[in-house]
Design a protein around this ligand. Sequence first.
Ligand code: F3S
Length: 390
Amino acid sequence: MMHLTKQEERVLAGEEGYGRRKAMELVVALGDIYGAKRLIPIASAQVSGASFKTIGDAGIKFLEDFSREAKVSVRATLNPLGLDERRWQSMGIDKGFFDKQARIISAYRSMGVELLYTCTPYLAGNRPKRGQHVAWAESSATVFSNSYLGAMTNREGGPSALAAAVIGKTAEYGLHLDENRLPRIRIDVKEIPDGMIPLVGYLVGKLAGKRVPLVDGLRLSRDEHKSFGAAMAATGAVSMYTFSDSASRSRADTSQVEERITIDGSDVRACADGLRGDDAWDLVAIGCPHCSPSELKSMAKILKNRTPSKESDVWFCTSRRVFASCPKEVAVLRRFGKVLCDTCMVVAPIENWYKHTASDSGKAMVYLPTLGKQKASFRPTSQLLEAISR
Ligand code: F3S
């Protein structure tokens, strides 16, 4: 059983209200299951479970009940919704879906959650520092936070991240402990064919499973780490990897590495062939995880002097903050399709409008066929931009 301070005991006894008691119960239950010894303060939370499509009526009921009594006590930011808050009608969202989504937003607002609606909170102002403990849900953000930023978080679920935000603490287990951040498998990446970094992540996730991989041979930009880690967290239960210039302190310690595997160019090309599908898509979706300013800029630069091919619909998904910071680029991209904020191709009800989606995201290749009921085809970004323009 975990040791609780007197103040934590008071919260658990309900002396600080029902909402804090329920939150404490959830965090303590998780701590007991995973053998935590104590609670530790967190700097922030990232809360998932914001789209009506993914949480349904049961999720609304939970949030509305909980929000009557609970308020967050640390910075907490919110994952994407099932719609673009300002352009939902042009997406084809019906009023029934909008109304349910509005109730979810209202519950989170009343709890004090910051309504960023993005899976890349670290590009929109919520960027934890190296060594800080946080409680982040959203697997792509969790793996980025642990691996690239060097912060420390488990892969929380929506309710546990919210509960941690309410009490401002989480249980100290898993990736909050240095010993669990050591790599257990070493993966040597020999070649990354053009545009296929997400597929390397896709393969690493499959090989690593639940283990922290040490990935050697990577020289990636921040944005490349974003898509690499997201794919890895989708195909495996990976919440952290280490690499040569990792912010993580565990990079140098290979004492726990039990297996060594090589990924070469032919492995990546075989993976690409398996995810290729055909060209008969009705939607091209870019921005999983949400596009960064530099990604919007580089796509706009390529498309600036081209004309739309109009052979399929196109979605560029990003956060409202990034959208606002790139007005010129957004204007260029809008000639080719919709630039959507607050949502994405997986958590929006895409199945109502499309059957076959092409994307440059390894994570989307996992979730489009399941949550999105799509036939999914992987193409590198450059090939998608080529396909949507002349
Ligand atoms: Fe983000 Fe949606 Fe992909 S939440 S990581 S864009 S599935």
